[in-house]
Every structure is written in structure tokens, then in C-alpha cells.
Design a protein around this ligand. Sequence first.
Ligand code: SAH
Length: 389
Amino acid sequence: MQKQMNTQVPKIDCPVVEVCGGCQIQQLSYQKQLEKKQNQVNKLLSKFGKVEPILGMNNPYYYRNKIHTTFAMNRKGHVISGKYQAGSHQVVPIDSCLIEDQRADEIVVSIRKMLRSFKMRPYNEDNRTGLLRHVLVRTGFQSGQIMVVLVLGSPVFPSRKNFIKALLEKHPEITTVVMNVNNKKTSMVLGDREQVLYGKGFIEDTLCGKVFRLSPKSFYQVNPVQTEVLYQTALDLANFKGNETIIDAYCGIGTIGLIASDRVKQVIGVELNQAAVKDAINNAKRNQVKNVYFHQADASDFMLEMSRKKQSVDAVLMDPPRSGSTEKFIHALASIKPNKVVYISCNPVTLARDLESLAKKGYRAEKMIPVDMFPGTNHVETVVLMSKL
Ligand code: SAH
């Protein structure tokens, strides 16, 4: 089991901490941030048992493998790029963000500097003029592969060939470039139309020894260093013997289930989002994993159907969205009688509510470990092992 790491990290000050909406507690030392998160989880979960010390990062900076930057024109008519101010569509100019991969930020700055010579203007969502709206960069921390997604307000991208050529000359580390068209008035970054301009249109990255393919829209944890800590912690707690059949509920692109597959007899992944299930199936093939089955379904309906067929499982791994699980899910889970439940939560408030419901079904929290996946922000992840009484 991972021990709590050294958290005496020298503090780096962020120049836009007061205005940018990206972080909420970046002004605190890392030690203080961890204490704050620990206290929050203790307060919500202590009634279910002892909360272990939070697993923090050795280096809580530059951890994000996915960044998006918005482009705009400032009052002086200069092009700026950065993040939205908290609660507004005002862009705060940022060249280097303390929680983003530095390679990605350097690419964004280069793109901004190139705009003038290509006579490209930032997109203005009010009067629908200009072209470049956002840039999304995904980096593979282990593979080193880099994807740049240019989000444009119109599909007409003059001199695109020369633009890509110039970008690749400056940044030969880029492995693929995708154009995405988003001309809607929306806070969503990506639109529906996509065209690969260079490379394969996806990158790959390795997590806990398995390779995952990432397209512009694939859901993937944004802090790969701590994701390994999180999944390792979850699997250590589960302590599988090798003969189990388990469910990976809310499985996304199949990461947890595929990583668990070496340690159990069979994994059944359930996920609502069709594109994610497609990615999960491809990821199983890519890793030559043969004992994982992915299903596109509502996880509750799926488990109830299993129960109707008198099927049971040894364990359920669950990783629901921030809104948490539901009474229906917990009822369905209990009906297939797992001995163990491992709950990975990104919101301790909904986790506390769900632990209450699970307790009523006879599941007791054995161990609770918070993990800091998002230094600088208020978010905190928690892994809970429960067993049936
Ligand atoms: N375990 C994955 C994804 C977790 S995010 C990972 O770590 O990468 C939560 C996922 O739950 C999302 O992919 C979402 O589409 C899915 N989801 C939400 N409601 C669901 C439901 N009722 N049944 C199945 N999946 C659901």
C-alpha cells in the first residue's frame, strides 16, 4: 500500500490566482491544501469509520494531461489566450498554468504567436466573426505523444496546410492535429464536426501497464500520475484472489476493469455512453485482454437483469459521476450479492449519502482513503472498500 507522500513542496505562486476560475485553493501551501481536503472528508465520512491519511502528490504542479485554452481579443485589439474568469466568459490571459503540462502550454503560446502572420482572428461568439475559438491539447505522459485540437468557429480554414507545417516545425513533438468545428453559442468546448489534419487523430497512453487510445472526446482521467495511485489503491483494497467475477460499473473507456483484469477471472464493464463503450472494447482488443466484457446499458437495469437471471458476482467496482449513485443502483447492486464493493468517488458529499444507503443493504465501510487527484482545486477523490456483513 502506498504511504502518504512527502508534501513539503516549495510553493510556486500563481499570478492570476485571484481572477482565474481554474483553481480555488492554489493560494494555500500544498500541505494546507491537503489538510483542508482531509478535514472535509473526515467531517463527511468519519461516522462510517476511520478515514486514512490523504495520498498527495510529490509534485503537485503541471499534472494535467488535457488542457483547453480559449482565444479572444482584448480591449486593445491584441489576441489573448487563457481561461475563463470564474463565473463569466471573460478570458484571463495565461501563458503558463501551474496545473497544466508545460509542453501543452508552450504549444498554445506558439499558436497564438502564429495567428498574426496567418491573418487568423480569434472567434467572437457574440457576432460570430473570426476563426480560432479554443485549442485543446492532450499529452500522453508515458508515451510522449501529443494531440492538438484546433476548435474553429467555421469549417473554412484558409492556408491550413501551411499553418500545420509551421506548427510542426516549431513543435515536432506533436503527433497528431485535429480540426473541430464549433459554431454554437455554448460553453461546450468541442463541436460535432471533426477532421484529422495530421497524424492518426488519436494518441495512446499507458496507465498501470495497459495502453489506452484517446480521441479528442474520450473521457480519461486528467492526472495520470495520481490515477495510477488511485487505481492501485482501489485494487489493493479489493485484494482479489484470481477466481472472482466482478462488475466495473460506470466504466467509461474501461480503464479500471482492464487494469483489474489480470487479477480476476472475469470483468463485466457497464457504461451508458455509447462512444465510451466503443473505446472500451477497442482498448480490450488493443491490450489483448480476453476476460472483459463491456455492455452499453444503465448500470442499475443491467444488474437487475442479472439478478432476474439468478446471477451473482463477487465484487462491484463503482466509479459514478459527481452526482453519485442512486437508490435504484444500490438496490440493484445488493440484488446480485457481491461480497465486496469498491467505491471510487469524486465527490465526498454524494459518497456519504450513498454509504448511508449501502449500509442499509448490509455493506459496511472497511477502509476509506482520500486521494488528491486535483491539487490547487477543491476536488477530492476517495476510495472506499465495503464488505457485506
Ligand atoms: N470509470 C471511468 C469513468 C468514470 S466517469 C474512468 O475512471 O475512466 C462516470 C461514468 O459513468 C461516465 O462515463 C458516465 O457516462 C457513466 N454513467 C453515468 N450514469 C450511468 C448509468 N446510469 N449507468 C452506466 N453508466 C453511467
